[in-house]
Design a protein around this ligand. Structure first.
Ligand code: WE7
Length: 157
């Protein structure tokens, strides 16, 4: 387990569990699951203990990746995470500024915006919050952004 990635969003119920599930599936498909510690977390305390959002659950079941996060419950990022994870990915600029504010004085993790790896530049590196979305298309968009971004990140290693 030489490599590690933590996916972070506001509540750890919509975007970051999808990113975690996508990333776990990609490394599994590449035969690299044993090399990686992979988790997700929130910047806020609001959803601590919650399961992934029901719309995200439905999306992940459709993509057959929900098994990768079915036991996940939302948790807040800790100072230890900034030492224990090699890569910490935020989804938007608010996540990134919160991560920088919450980081301990000295930390080893690389703080990256997941969407910066997206080959489709029309989203300008931002994976927008689908919480107030009115249809499933927003969750599909999050999934496709995570899939392209995680694939390009793994290819870059
Ligand atoms: C969200 C959210 C998301 C927004 N998941 N919540 Cl009510 C609230 C207040 C503080 C933290 C969280 Cl997590 C939540 C519930 C869970 N993806 N997105 N809230 C959100 C979006 C836009 C403007 C304001 C909020 C609170």
């Amino acid at each position: 387990m030489s490599k590690s990635a933590l996916f972070v969003c506001l509540g750890n119920i919509c975007r970051s569990p999808i990113a975690e599930a996508v990333f776990k599936q990609l490394v599994t498909d590449r035969g690299q699951a044993g090399d990686w510690l992979i988790d997700s977390a929130a910047t806020s305390t609001y959803e601590i203990g919650s399961s992934p959002d029901h719309r995200g659950q439905a999306l992940m079941r459709k993509k057959d990746i929900y098994k990768n996060v079915e036991k996940h419950r939302a948790r807040q990022i800790t100072k230890a995470d900034f030492e224990n994870f090699q890569f910490i990915f935020g989804m938007d600029d608010s996540n990134m500024s919160n991560l920088k504010r919450m980081a301990p004085k000295n930390y080893s993790a690389k703080l990256l915006k997941l969407g910066d790896f997206d080959t489709d530049k029309s989203f300008q590196g931002i994976i927008e919050d689908p919480y107030y979305a009115h249809d499933d298309a927003e969750f599909e968009r999050v999934y496709q952004q995570c899939l392209r971004s995680c694939t390009a990140f793994l290819d870059s290693l």
